[in-house]
Design a protein around this ligand. Structure first.
Ligand code: PGA
Length: 260
């Protein structure tokens, strides 16, 4: 299980550090659950210093596909690596929607991230109109296909996919566990087809979209849900900590069931 916090464009330098300290505290009893936080780029260094030597890893929210050059305002994967980032969120629906990111661009970024040893968290998900039209599987299958096209994936740990139905992000509305499971199973099938069953079976597929303590356990209990990408509920460390605990309990339940 992986629980990732996406802090988006929130916090300032002191509240960011405070939040990171809180997450470190909350992660002390995370068991086998891996925890990562993705602060705004300008705070990566400060948060990285807090996380150093702890079990919480550092992630970024986006990157450019190229290493360097005249791209005012952009940040490269190399820069993220040099700050100690392990993960980078790519293709978040807010990037697709407000910054017109395309699947082709996301694909270029994912290839670059893999080359650098940064683990991309590739986000996919349908919007409300697409779901109402019954096109959610088609839309997500398309996004997965193009975002992952020609990716050289050697291990299931090198990539993470997050299913984030756009209608559930920041709205308080959540996919039902059954809706999430249905989509995660489809994504896993696509990954198996492309990368083989070993990688397909082991790849982490996170759910994102208004995950909170009240619904985390049910969502995380679904067979193909391997963690969460959490926005709003990651901005308070104690609330985030409750989600980490829910993940821990589900994970321990799975392991106990597997040992029977
Ligand atoms: P939310 O955001 O938890 O606030 O819905 C999730 C995300 O956008 O990653």
């Amino acid at each position: 299980m992986l629980i990732a916090g996406n802090w988006k464009m929130n916090t300032d330098v002191s509240s960011c550090v405070e939040l990171a300290r809180g997450v470190v505290r909350e992660s002390k009893n995370a068991g086998m659950v891996r925890v990562t936080v993705c602060p705004p780029n300008v705070f990566l260094s400060s948060v990285g210093a807090v996380l150093d030597g702890t079990r919480v890893s550092l992630g970024a929210q986006n990157m450019h596909a190229l290493g360097r050059g005249a791209y005012t305002g952009e940040v490269s994967g190399e820069m993220l690596r040099s700050l100690g980032c392990h993960h980078v969120i790519l293709g978040h629906s807010e990037r697709r929607q407000y910054f017109r990111e395309t699947d082709a661009e996301i694909n270029r970024k994912a290839k670059k991230a893999l080359k650098l040893g940064l683990v991309p968290i590739v986000c996919v998900g349908e919007n409300l109109d697409q779901r109402r039209a019954g096109k959610e599987f088609e839309v997500v299958a398309f996004q997965v296909k193009y975002a992952l096209e020609d990716l050289a994936l050697l291990s299931s740990n090198a990539l993470i996919i997050a299913y984030e139905p756009v209608w559930a992000i920041g709205t308080g509305e959540t996919a039902t566990p059954a809706q999430a499971q249905h989509m995660h199973a489809l994504i896993r099938t696509l990954v198996r087809q492309q990368f083989g069953s070993k990688i397909g079976n082991d790849l982490h597929i996170l759910y994102g979209g208004s995950m909170k303590p009240a619904n985390a356990r049910d969502l995380l209990s679904e067979r193909d849900v391997d963690g969460g990408l959490i926005g709003g509920a990651s901005l308070q460390s104690d609330v985030f900590g409750q989600i980490i605990q829910a993940a821990r309990e589900v994970e321990e339940g799975r392991r106990a069931a597997g040992a029977d």
